[in-house]
Design a protein around this ligand. Structure first.
Ligand code: PMT
Length: 212
């Protein structure tokens, strides 16, 4: 049991608003991140969950911080990071946001043909730069092509201990499915293929490997 150890997890999508009624987002349901949070709780961690907008009920005994934008998620993750022993960044964070947000609903006829986008900060990369010796940092890589190559590049660039590769081109797993299939890569060169199963089962297997 992980007594007195803190686990910080992010889950769900972010929303980047264009005007008060329109936003840019992605199909993340939060199921994978919430399954990890439940597993962490079961193993005795004190759990902080930072979540984008999802329709999953809060989990008993877990501190939940609701956020919407990538910047709100970044602030919540940084606030809880220094005391976290294990960090799992499962959220699907928007890489970009509209440069301008209109404060009134844009009428159909005035709606711009092009929306200028600017980059959001990479939260995980920022956490990787601040990582202390006692901390284990785990990221996800949602890929549609060259999965292993891209995941390994992210593992290194973001200074992670582990990365979980998720093939999001397969609609039976990944985004919004109850099931998943993951390949875990460690910074020390370990590779583990976790076969198709429920997100709960995969969360159990991920913790077993990471805590070994
Ligand atoms: O929520 P579900 O429906 O259950 O779906 C689960 C999932 C598919 C969302 C999940 O398993 C998953 O793959 N999450 C990562 C999604 C993602 O944003 O991947 P990425 O390859 O674009 O980003 C790599 C890593 O950097 C991720 O850990 C991401 O959280 C992080 N990131 C990305 C951009 C950014 N601005 N800041 C970040 O921290």
């Amino acid at each position: 049991m992980a007594k007195n150890l803190n686990c910080l997890i992010s889950a769900g999508p972010t929303r980047e608003w264009i005007d008060p009624v329109r936003f840019i987002s992605n199909p993340s349901s939060g199921k994978m991140g919430y399954a990890l949070a439940k597993e962490a709780k079961k193993r005795g961690f004190v759990v902080n969950l930072v979540t984008g907008p999802v329709s999953i009920k809060a989990v008993d005994g877990i501190t939940v911080k609701q956020v919407e934008t990538a910047e709100e998620m970044r602030i919540a993750m940084i606030e809880n990071y220094d005391t976290a022993d294990l960090v799992l960044m499962c959220a699907a964070v928007s890489d970009h946001r509209p440069k301008f947000k209109w404060h009134q609903k844009k009428k159909k006829i005035e709606f711009p043909k092009n929306i200028e986008m600017i980059p959001n900060e990479d939260i995980l990369e920022q956490l990787g730069r601040k990582k202390k010796k006692f901390q284990t940092l785990v990221g996800f890589a949602a890929e549609t092509e060259n999965g292993a190559q891209n995941a390994l590049m992210k593992l290194k660039k973001k200074n992670l201990d582990w990365i979980a590769l998720n093939d999001v081109s397969n609609s039976s797993i990944g985004f919004n499915s109850d099931f998943n299939e993951i390949t875990l890569f460690s910074s020390g060169g370990k590779i583990a293929k976790l076969a198709f199963s429920s997100k709960e089962e995969l969360a159990t297997q991920m913790f077993e490997l990471i805590l070994k």
